[in-house]
Design a protein around this ligand. Structure first.
Ligand SMILES: Cc1ncc(COP(=O)(O)O)c(C=O)c1O
Length: 477
């Protein structure tokens, strides 16, 4: 088969599996590979082009899941015969999909792009262990996996989460208080259905996580933007602006997106306000696991004496976001109400997937993976910040951060006159998934900067190449 060979050049900033994936897609689109053609086995291609088998496997999995390849067991893997049918029949007028909102398009890009936010290091995920555990669960086909699942989540997973939170986040809770949900917004959905009603007012961090803002607004909540400073959410401001709000949504460990930590006095002030007002605090603890300096701070929930905090965590950063698994810890007094609401929603995810996560946690793989990722992310962040410094000098100021998996760089000197949106858009045109800080505001932005994910930048050379690409894109405008 005539297939252009892959040349993994040192310093190339596109991961090899993506290069391979694109090569195959191009070869199919240009007709070099046709429907029904057999492609080399993972093993033989890996040895032919001298890359790890996992690299080829990842590319093949992406091509299979998107319908380009069709594996036929021992006979091998083929370019999907369905592609021929598509080529022969007169194309039906396909309905034009609605254009995604720009922000949505940036986050959910399908194929990861450099700087994409919110992704863990996909190359460092322990795929072999995961595949072994998942395979075992699928082969078991026990009755518990075949009947309707518990709507609050698979019991052993709820148990594993409660144990983990007790040890690592200082949260004393039982498995009954843990509700597994398909992502963070589904956790917010449960809160809205159970404790809030449309028209309720809530504090929302400014700047803050746009998806949560969009979700809560669409659920009918009225959001009061509350500014964030070097100590996190400005609680006094909230108490002046919306003293009777029914709820507050906060990211105390690493404010999203500024990375600031909510100070202890503000934590106590926030808890006090909620207790006085009988209001709710939604604690979004989305990436607390990654802290590079000092000891991890206990969760706000660990200080919650009055049962006002609804704690949420996610597996998106610590495992991978395609899982669509998050969780909500509810005050013991409200378990029944949450169980009622959850029972109307049909359960979070398939049992074998939840059981695989539970096995992964119970067998110690989770703790090991987190330890490794903490070291890896500190290293990758170091490469990236050094590279930004080398390439941009004083034109960017990188916000120091104690943790988290994204970097915020403020625009200085030559760049200070440019809008962050125009630079982010220029970067997008050059294939870089940079976010403009000003788009994380619900009202008039008061900050301007670039948000970039660094977890998938494998080494110093790639960090430098990407930083140069970003500078060139920003200059080209
Ligand atoms: C601030 C914040 N909260 C929560 C989440 C988790 O969302 P999900 O569980 O839906 O992936 C993210 C993911 O990017 C986030 O950035």
């Amino acid at each position: 088969m005539d297939f252009p060979s892959l040349t993994p050049g040192a310093g190339d900033d596109v991961p090899l599996y993506l290069q391979l994936y694109w090569r195959y897609r191009d070869a199919i689109a240009s007709g070099k590979l046709r429907a029904g053609d057999r492609v080399p086995s993972v093993r033989s291609l890996a040895s032919e082009i001298n890359v790890a088998r996992g690299t080829v496997e990842l590319a093949y999995q992406m091509l299979t899941s998107e319908g380009y390849f069709s594996p036929r067991g021992a006979a091998g893997t083929f370019v999907s015969p369905r592609l021929a049918l598509l080529g022969e029949t007169a194309p039906m007028a396909a309905p034009t999909p609605p254009a995604p909102a720009p922000f949505e398009a940036e986050m959910a890009a399908g194929v990861p792009r450099p700087f994409q936010l919110g992704l863990p290091a996909l190359d460092a995920f322990p795929r072999k262990t995961w595949v072994r555990l998942a395979g075992r669960r699928l082969r078991m086909m026990d009755l518990a996996s075949m009947v309707y699942p518990e709507s609050a989540g698979y019991g052993p997973l709820r148990h594993a989460i409660a144990t983990y939170l007790g040890i690592s986040r200082g949260i004393a809770c039982t498995a009954h208080q843990v509700f597994v949900t398909p992502g963070y917004r589904a956790a917010l959905d449960l809160v809205c259905r159970t404790l809030l009603k449309p028209g309720d007012e809530g504090w929302f961090e400014e700047p803050g996580y746009p998806f949560a803002r969009q979700f809560l607004t669409s659920a009918g909540m009225r959001l009061a933007p509350i500014p964030v400073d070097g100590e996190g959410l400005d609680v006094s401001h909230g108490m002046q602006r919306a003293p009777n709000a029914r709820f507050a949504v906060a990211t105390p460990t690493h404010q999203s997106p500024t990375g600031e930590t909510l100070s202890l006095p503000r934590r106590l002030q926030l808890l006090d306000w909620a207790a006085q007002q009988k209001s709710w605090i939604v604690e979004d603890d989305y990436d607390s696991e990654f802290r590079y300096h000092g000891r991890p701070l206990p969760a706000l929930k660990s200080l919650d004496r009055d049962g006002r905090v609804l704690y949420t965590g996610t597996f998106s950063k610590v495992l991978f976001p395609g899982l669509r698994l998050a969780y909500l810890v509810v005050p013991a007094a409200h378990i029944e109400r949450f169980a009622q609401a959850a029972s109307q929603l049909g359960g979070p995810a398939s049992v074998p997937v939840q059981a695989t996560v539970a096995d992964f946690m119970e067998q110690g793989h989770f703790a090991r993976h987190l330890r490794k990722m903490r070291t890896l992310y500190a290293e990758r962040r170091g490469y990236f910040v050094d590279a930004l410094d080398e390439v941009f000098g004083d034109d960017l100021y990188v916000q120091p951060q104690a943790g988290g998996i994204q970097t915020l760089a403020y625009l200085r000197r030559a760049f200070a006159r440019r809008s962050d949106v125009s630079i982010a858009e220029a970067a997008h045109r050059h294939g870089l998934a940079v976010h403009a800080l000003s788009r994380w505001y619900g009202s008039t932005p008061t900050g301007s900067g670039l948000l970039m994910g660094f977890t998938n930048i494998p080494d110093r050379e790639a960090a430098l190449a990407l930083s140069r690409r970003l500078r060139a894109a920003a200059k080209a405008g």
